[in-house]
Design a protein around this ligand. Structure first.
Ligand code: BGP
Length: 483
């Protein structure tokens, strides 16, 4: 018998609001930290535009600390990619219809926190913000597409960053829990899977955490507060809707030892734990693992806990684990005992952005995660960022994307059918083209659907099906039998 995916496997795509939605100043939406970030490029980092203490204009690299007294500020002559993004806000019906045409059984997207609570602090949610998502969710359900919602995708209402130093403050926990409860209550019975945070293991700086400083102490204290917020949201969410399932999303692209030198092997193991699995350990197992002491001593971190925190983490662990997988890296230790990461794996090819292409790494990752946590898994982001060309025949011939996706899906199928890993879904990143997270450009596209828009936001915003659109449709219809 030919191997196929399970009947109830969830097939779909994934997006994030500040890369896709636009409508940044419509219907009462508040500003996000992301709204102050300019477009960059592979060689030019994105900038956060600022008003300086002396009233002058300034900017810093988007992931640096803010200068003393500086505040994020918007300027009329600057292009900010999140403001329009690729405009799902005005194309949602058409975009959902295209998802339905491909046969999606799920769509994973993020709700914009500041569309619901513009500053984060309001006592009542913004009705127009909720109305937008009511329509989106109802249309998805009508089209038999199950919504999977990311409550917070690397973002924060800017007000909480400016006034409370974001996740440094326990006040942000309260704001998050209020927001999460609003969503879970409103969409009870309509939404089964909730993702509390996106790529929590690689968040840093003002944009994602709202913290003005970048040191390890500030970062881990902020992350601890997110762990607590996650546990509180799960605790409340289970009361509101006992059928709901809660997961968090991690960036878990693999890393391998560069050689079989024991130092390289051990460094690879340790970096995997410290940079990735540590976060899953706390949230899926419910406690700070034993190696935390060494990790924090090395980074000079001393966390402040509230007395109830540890009990809360223990009693509110994740139901499932969601992760993004794009590539793998290699790790080695140099003569000075420095750990070095690189993409130079001689056995793998790379994308135009230098990301290695490693389908088997995904099967490895699925096995690794299930061995360690014994929880259901979902591949919530995977895909190929590429330069797509709209040809004279009005088409995009993206056979390179089809190859990438086919090879990765084949390994998921192997993990399910051979290794017996309970992987329940796959949502391809950026199913409709959206702005790239790392560069803010349109050059790097992921979608099955091309959006006519350039790096400065110009274009008709028309949607055009790429060749991969039909290929994915067929893959879904045949449950992956031809992969
Ligand atoms: C993940 C993020 C997404 C996303 C993707 C691709 O880290 O969760 O938001 O954009 O990576 O990254 P990029 O757009 O930089 O290619």
């Amino acid at each position: 018998m030919m191997a196929t995916f399970p009947k109830d496997f969830l097939w779909g795509g994934a997006t994030a609001d500040f890369q896709y939605d636009g409508g940044y100043d419509e219907d009462g939406r508040g500003l996000l930290s992301h709204d102050f970030v300019t477009a960059g490029s592979a060689t030019r980092p994105r900038q956060l535009t600022l008003k300086l203490k002396n009233g002058g204009r300034g900017s810093v690299n988007a992931h640096d600390s803010l200068p003393e007294g500086a505040e994020p500020a918007l300027y009329d002559d600057v292009y900010y990619p999140s403001h329009q993004a690729t405009d799902f806000y005005h194309h949602w019906q058409e975009d959902i219809d295209l998802m339905a045409e491909m046969g999606f059984s799920t769509y994973r997207f993020s709700i914009c926190w500041s569309r619901i609570y513009p500053t984060g602090e309001e006592a009542q949610p913004n009705p127009a913000g909720l109305h937008f998502y009511d329509q989106v969710i109802d249309r998805l359900i009508e089209k038999k597409i199950e919504p999977i919602i990311t409550i917070c995708h690397d973002e924060l209402p800017n007000y909480l960053g400016e006034h409370y130093d974001g996740w440094s403050s326990r006040h942000t926990i309260d704001c998050y829990v209020k927001y999460a409860k609003t969503l879970i209550d409103r969409y009870r019975g309509k939404v089964r899977y909730w993702i509390t945070f996106n790529e929590i293991n690689i968040l840093s700086g003002y944009i994602a955490l709202g913290t003005h400083q970048q040191d390890a102490q500030t970062r881990y204290q902020a992350i601890h507060h997110m762990f607590v917020a996650n546990a509180l949201a799960i605790q409340a969410g289970r009361k509101i809707d006992p059928a709901a399932k809660f997961g968090t999303m991690y960036a878990l692209s693999e890393n391998y030892p560069a050689t079989c030198k024991p130092q390289d092997v051990f460094a690879s193991y340790q970096t995997r734990r410290n940079n990735g699995l540590f976060y899953v350990d706390v949230m899926a197992r419910g406690y700070y693992p034993s190696y935390t002491a060494a990790k924090f001593a090395q980074e000079n971190v001393k966390l402040e806990f509230d007395p109830a925190d540890l009990e809360l983490l223990k009693n509110n662990t994740l139901d499932f684990i969601a992760f993004s997988y794009y590539r793998s890296a290699i790790v080695k230790v140099d003569d000075q005992d420095q750990v070095i990461f690189s993409n130079d794996n001689p056995y793998l090819k790379s994308t135009p952005w230098g990301w290695t292409i490693d389908p088997l790494g995904l099967r490895y990752c699925l096995n690794e995660l299930f061995d360690r946590y014994q929880k259901p898994l979902i591949v919530i982001e995977n895909g190929l960022g590429a330069v797509d060309e709209l040809t004279a025949d009005g088409k995009v011939h993206d056979d390179y994307r089809i190859n990438y996706l086919r090879d990765h899906l084949r390994e998921i199928r192997n993990a399910i059918t051979i290794d017996r890993i309970p992987c329940f879904g796959y949502t391809m990143w950026g199913n409709t083209d959206l702005v790239s997270l790392s560069t803010g450009e349109m050059k790097k596209r992921y979608g099955f659907v091309y959006v006519d828009m350039d790096d400065q936001g110009h274009g008709s915003l028309n949607r055009i099906k790429k060749d991969s659109f039909d290929w994915f449709k067929k893959t879904i219809t045949t449950a992956g039998v031809d992969l």
